[in-house]
Design a protein around this ligand. Structure first.
Ligand SMILES: *[C@@H]1O[C@H](CO)[C@@H](O)[C@H](O)[C@H]1NC(C)=O
Ligand SMILES: *[C@@H]1O[C@H](CO)[C@@H](O)[C@H](O)[C@H]1NC(C)=O
Ligand SMILES: *[C@@H]1O[C@H](CO)[C@@H](O)[C@H](O)[C@H]1NC(C)=O
Length: 519
């Protein structure tokens, strides 16, 4: 009855042809014909505006982040070619992982239990922020996306890039950040990548800064800064990136990758790989190292604004992904929704389940016959972690009360949110699931974009998580649960067969199964 999604993905990938070269003006002579012989003759402003204009006008193709099936004409496929082990003298069936040192893993499997896509300028810093529609050139820019492992992705976690021995990055520094990567370090707010990758990472961030100025649809003004709290889309640390760039010049592989991104995928180049001298023209010289133990560079002191006072309540303390959807039945029988909660849920907390759409700051529509909200007051003893709770199924399945409108799931597709009320008075989305032909990133709440949202574009009314459960850490399980490849859909109702604990948790479909399924 179960369908293993990998058995579908594997053969389809093998019969896919990679992109052929599509842009023939990528040769650096043609491409840079508008540049002066000596780029350092430009003023800072001339350099920035010319480089930005070229990088933007030549960016002619956008490889979609997610297409179905995964691994065909999407970023996964592009990375298998761009970060192909063969470029490093390794097997052509492998990809190079960023953040690990010289680690090459089989290109398949990817996603789910395999390697992951990592955004060097993180998605959470502007690329997906403040935009309901998480698409756009900045999201898909292949200069900025690399393969990495599940673990590295979680350890790095959208942190600033910095040397751990400069600035006190909120403390908590651990070196190495991961076993075997002895030049890495991870603090509460900063991540120090392996030495051999620092120049490459610096040049990626500089490209993103110059390439994205917020004037295009679905993009923000990305700014690499030394005082990153100063503007909403700042990312850090500029001075350290300038130093890394100077210290670690582009490698042959980095140059080759830059060429391939241009010729085979998107038509533009990273100019800092081609013209290392542009960095000091556009970004100037690095600031002096800050004094030991400081939180920020000295020049930032005058910019520091007092932080707003905000006392989070228990709702605010629930992190995205602490509760994830595990099952939904909307076939016309009784509606059933189940979640898996990783952490203890405090007693008396009010949880809300709604099928009203989220507009970025609140739930809209509703209070009519088609959409509504139900409420669960968590019993005073709280709910233990690692429990299946739900509506109509699982623990407390029968304890929800109507709150407003009618909560009623549509078999042909729906988006459901679980939320609570934060200290600022507004709803705090905790988890969401969207399924059906129109399910998309567009309507996911920003705070759930990295963790906590499941999006399944499939035709079925009933869905259940069928991915790995017993061999992974919490953070890996959170990743797995949002991967559509780990969900089974059907016409028959999904049924929880065990609610014991995370070890050996099993799920099954009962009733008729609608043939071959899944994305
Ligand atoms: C790696 O590159 C080789 C040669 O270009 C290609 O045949 C192979 O399919 C690539 N590997 C993957 C996993 O895409
Ligand atoms: C990939 O590597 C295998 C094994 O080394 C080799 O037989 C094959 O020709 C390579 N394919 C390409 C396209 O380079
Ligand atoms: C880091 O690892 C490399 C390779 O494993 C080794 O040669 C080097 O001595 C190590 N450096 C430190 C500081 O432990």
């Amino acid at each position: 009855m179960m369908t293993n999604s990998w058995s579908i993905l594997l053969p389809s990938f093998l019969f896919t042809t990679a992109y052929a070269a599509i842009y023939n003006d990528c040769g650096s002579g043609d491409y840079y014909s508008s540049f002066p012989t000596d780029v350092t003759s430009w003023s800072q402003e001339e350099a920035r505006s010319n480089v930005a204009a070229l990088s933007k006008s030549k960016h002619r193709n956008v490889v979609p982040n997610i297409v179905v099936p995964l691994g065909e004409n999407d970023i996964f496929e592009a990375l298998m070619a761009l970060d192909n082990g063969s470029m490093y003298g390794m097997a052509n069936s492998t990809v190079r992982l960023l953040f690990s040192i010289d680690e090459f893993v089989p290109a398949i499997p990817f996603s789910g239990t395999g390697w992951q896509k990592e955004w060097i300028w993180p998605r959470r810093r502007a690329i997906c922020e403040n935009s309901l529609d998480c698409v756009g050139k900045d999201l898909s820019d292949l200069h900025n996306v690399r393969p990495t492992s599940q673990l590295s992705k979680l350890v790095r976690d959208s942190k600033y890039f910095a040397s751990c021995d400069l600035l006190n990055h909120g403390g908590g520094c651990m070196s190495p950040a991961e076993d075997g990567s002895n030049t890495t370090c991870s603090c509460n707010r900063a991540y120090q990548p392996p030495e051999s990758q620092r120049g490459e990472i610096a040049r990626i961030l500089m490209y993103m800064d110059v390439r994205y100025d917020g004037t295009e649809e679905d993009s923000e003004d990305l700014r690499l800064a030394d005082c990153p709290f100063n503007a909403p889309y700042d990312f850090a640390y500029l001075s350290q990136m300038i130093k890394w760039h100077n210290q670690y010049p582009p490698s042959e592989q980095e140059k080759m990758r830059n060429e391939l991104v241009c010729t085979d995928y998107q038509g533009n180049r990273n100019p800092f790989v081609d013209y290392p001298a542009l960095v000091s023209v556009i970004f100037g010289e690095p600031l002096p190292d800050p004094a030991a133990g400081r939180e920020n560079y000295e020049v930032c002191d005058e910019l520091t604004t007092s932080s707003p006072t905000f006392a989070p309540n228990e709702c605010d303390m629930i992190a995205p992904g602490d509760i994830v959807f595990f099952m939904v039945n909307s076939d016309g029988g009784p509606d059933e929704v189940a979640f898996w909660n990783y952490e203890e849920i405090p007693g008396e907390l009010e949880l809300f389940l709604t099928d009203r759409p989220w507009d970025g700051s609140s739930f809209i529509g509703g209070a009519n016959n088609e959409e509504g909200t139900i409420k669960l007051v968590v019993p005073s003893e709280g709910i233990d972690g690692e429990t299946i709770i739900g509506f109509g199924a699982g623990k407390l399945g029968g304890s929800w009360a109507p709150e407003e409108g009618t909560f009623s799931l549509a078999p042909n597709g729906e988006q459901i949110f679980l939320y609570c009320m934060g200290a600022l008075g507004g709803p705090v989305p905790l988890a969401s699931i969207a399924y059906g032909p129109t399910a998309s990133q567009n309507t996911v709440a920003d705070r759930l974009k990295d963790r906590g949202a499941v999006i399944i574009e499939g035709p079925f009314p009933n869905w259940i998580y069928n991915g790995p459960t017993d061999t992974l850490e919490k953070l890996q399980l959170q990743e797995a649960s949002k991967d559509p490849a780990n969900w089974n859909g059907g016409e028959g109702r999904a049924t929880l067969t065990s609610s014991a604990n995370s070890v050996g948790l099993t799920f099954a479909f009962l009733g008729l199964f609608a043939g071959a399924v899944l994305i």
